[in-house]
Design a protein around this ligand. Sequence first.
Ligand SMILES: *Cc1c(COP(=O)(O)O)cnc(C)c1O
Length: 430
Amino acid sequence: MDGVTGKRRKMEAFDALESNVRSYSRSFPAIFSRARGSIMLTEDGRKLIDFLSGAGTLNYGHNNHGIKAAITEYLASDAVVHGLDIATPAKLEFMETFSSVILRERDLEYRFQFTGPTGANGIEAALKLSRKVTGRQNIISFTHGYHGMSLGAIAASGNRFYRRASGVSLSGTTFMPYDRYLGPAVDTADYLRKMLMDESSGVDSPAAILVETVQGEGGINVASKQWLQSIQAIAKNVGALFIVDDIQMGCGRTGEFFSFEFAALSPDIVVLSKSLSGYGLPLSMLLIKEGLDAWRPGEHTGTFRGNNLALVSATAAINLYWRCRTFSQGVHRMGELMRRRLEAIASEHGNSLAVRGRGMALGFDCQTAEIAELTTRKAFEKGLIVERCGPVDQVVKFLPALTIDLEVLNRGLEIFEESLVETLNRPGGA
Ligand SMILES: *Cc1c(COP(=O)(O)O)cnc(C)c1O
């Protein structure tokens, strides 16, 4: 059996065996066998540049050498891998390292809550804790927001496709317009303030305001510093907790460790997951302000909380990249290069194309889903893995590893430009 037939047979086996719900294997039809840094290898010998990075889970690249060494050593020593939430040296070392290297340096003080291993698990815990602390039910979330697939998280997420699939009525949330949702002339924070201060607006007093500083799935929509500061102040004024969902934009993606540092925010709860473990191992946690940790022992539980292997890789990632400013400066520098290159591409090839983002989270708005889809499909054929986001998937989303080589980054951007140009020049295309 030759390589092509072998690949087709295997892809058909996925069709036969795996649920219809699978999605990335459809966007990127290949069998990926190995990966290192920003390069993924397929079984049939292709080499692809990865600008998807597990939707922001692989900020330090695939199979990062330094992090791998730490978990390999941990495994070899027969240290405790799973222990529910019993105390282990790995967990203590993680909390102490995170406290001193990340929190203390930023004048932040939080307690750690390890939740089930997904981002959605963290969001559920944050919403539940806010309701418990305030005795209120309503959660304010924002248009185009995305917080995960469990029912509480979906109730706070905007996307109709996902909401409809829940099969039950979603409740307990009120949506408000995100920054610039109503155009540049309307300050949506003013609108939110008015709705929450007015005893007769029809909006119940919220337990929390839940926000992403840059909306990842929602289309790389960037909230301004001023808007975020207003939202935080409103939460404080109305007695609601201020929660930042930093699952996708945290861990260095926007340049600083937390995506809210640029606005000097001090959230009551921060939710981290995706790149927290640094290696693609599942790990999720809440940072809870002292005084808000209202849980009774065991009141929110779960089997896979704070997996020790993931805590070891998370500690290694902090030690490797966050003990000095160099890494963060590099992310800013590379993000700036990316932005300038994408802006040049946008202005050269059309007048409706737009670039948005912060740090190394950038979106290229193609305006139509068709152009974005054809471009990413062509890019895949040419050796680049890049995904789409936004309400109708019209935005190409760039999330390269923060550790990517400049040469590989440039080659990926070149492939994107070639693919976009071919798409725009296609017969009958615009
Ligand atoms: C991915 C993501 C989630 C959900 O995380 P899962 O691990 O998929 O449950 C929540 N919020 C944001 C901003 C995300 O990007």
